[in-house]
Structure formats: C-alpha cells, structure tokens
Write a protein of this length. Structure first.
Length: 251
C-alpha cells in the first residue's frame, strides 16, 4: 500500500505542469509542501487538484475522514483506524460500494501530484530474521506522478484525501509481495478526464483499469532508514540505491 510519498517540486513547478493556480487556505505565503519522505501516518498536508476546483490546487490532509465523521475528532479517528491504514489508501474496487467512499466517487475525485512513492518488499526466504526492503518508484521521464485519489468534507468542513489502489501489476506483484497492491497512477491524458464531472461509474472504473503501465516506471531498493521513527528517512539522499544480497528479484 502507498503510505510514503516524495514531493520535491515547488508549488510553482506544479502550477506550471498542471496549469493550475494554488489556493493557500491556512498556509503562509511562500510556504512549501516539500517532503523527501512524507510519512502518511503523520498525516501531512499535501497538494491535491480537486474535481470541484479543477483549475486550482489546494493543501489537504492525507488520511480520509469520512463525510459523516467530524474533523474535530481527527486525532482519535486516526488512532482508532490505524490498523486499517488510517484512511491513507482506499481500494478502488470498493469505490462505489463503501459508505466511506461512494459519496466522493462521482463528485470528489482528485489528483495527488508527487515526485515518487515508496513500497515495501518483504524478504523472508533464506534469512533468519525476515525484514522489509523499501523500494522507491518514480516515472522514467521524471515528470510528476499523477496519483488518483478521492477527498471528503466533514460536517465541520475539514477536507481530507486518500490515494486509490488496485490489484498489483507484474512489477508491483514482485516488489509489493505481501499485499499485492499498487496505487492508481493516472496517464497524463487522463488527468483532465479524471476530474470530469460527466463520468459515470463505468467511466471511472475504465480510467482506473487503464492507468499507467509498469514500463513507464523505474523502481529500486533504498535504505531501511526510511522506516526509522527518528526522522532519518526524511533526507534528500534517501532515494539512493542500496544493494541487498538477500534480494532475489529483478526490478
């Protein structure tokens, strides 16, 4: 599942790439949302491009709180749901059936632009102590990754978002070998389509099915420092490749 992301592009770079204008909300002028490694369980604010304002990008907290919950109870809600992922990801297969998602599926979809993201590979074979090796994923052309998401607005007007996932394609099945999932990565031509108000359920699922192919992505193993809670993973060189003799996969 996608619980860590990397955002190294400044707001003005994202504005130019997506042809949008930022809305600061409670942010200070000149403040940036830059993360070498954004740990989703810290629920950082990240830029999203929302369906209701497709010509803007807004800062929104990562970790969906359903539309029927109060945003004032966010801390408690995230604690209660941590074993389920604290709203960081949503299974696209449940987009139109889950009470948490179906209210957003047709009217509150969003783009979550990131530089890349991290996924774990579980090493168990031929080792005494199984462990997870983080892999970094990015686009081969170095353009922003268009993650597909949905957002919700609570009764007290708190906005939160989640990243959609789907069954793993071959590259992700090899790397994300425990959960066998991958984030939904929109093709560039589908960015505006994803934000189109006229899509019906079938259209939405078709866009999800026809997302970016494995061949457009690069992935490699990095330091397990990513998982340390003292902040050692939040550094520019965290994406440098690390060789592990225990790894037995091609990537």
């Amino acid at each position: 599942m996608c619980y860590n992301a990397r955002v190294t592009l400044e707001a003005q770079e994202l504005e130019r790439h997506y042809d949008v204008i930022r809305i600061l909300g409670e942010m200070e002028e000149g403040e940036e949302l830059i993360y070498n490694s954004a740990n989703g369980f810290a629920h950082p604010n990240m830029w999203i491009i929302p369906q209701e304002k497709p010509k803007n990008m807004i800062p929104v907290k990562w970790g969906l709180i359903p539309h029927y919950k109060m945003g004032a109870d966010a801390v408690e809600y995230y604690k209660e749901t941590v074993r389920y992922g604290s709203g960081l990801n949503a299974k696209s297969e449940k987009l139109f059936s889950s009470n948490n998602y179906k209210n957003s599926a047709l009217t509150r979809r969003c783009i979550v632009p990131v530089s890349g993201f991290f996924e774990p590979h579980r090493v168990e074979k031929n080792v005494k102590n199984p462990f997870s090796v983080p892999f970094y994923f990015k686009r081969r052309d170095d353009n922003p990754v268009n993650l597909a998401g949905i957002y919700a607005v609570t009764p007290d007007k708190m906005v939160t978002f989640t990243i959609l996932t789907k069954d793993a394609t071959p590259l992700f099945a090899k790397i994300h070998n425990k959960k066998h999932r991958r984030p939904v990565i929109l093709q560039d031509d589908d960015v505006n389509v994803w934000l189109d108000d006229t899509l019906d359920e079938g259209d939405v699922m078709n866009v999800i099915e026809d997302d970016m192919a494995d061949g457009s992505l690069d992935a490699w193993p990095i330091s397990t420092d990513l998982y340390k809670r003292n902040g050692e993973g939040d550094r520019p060189d965290i994406i440098e490749k690390v060789e592990y003799e225990e790894l037995e996969i091609d990537y």
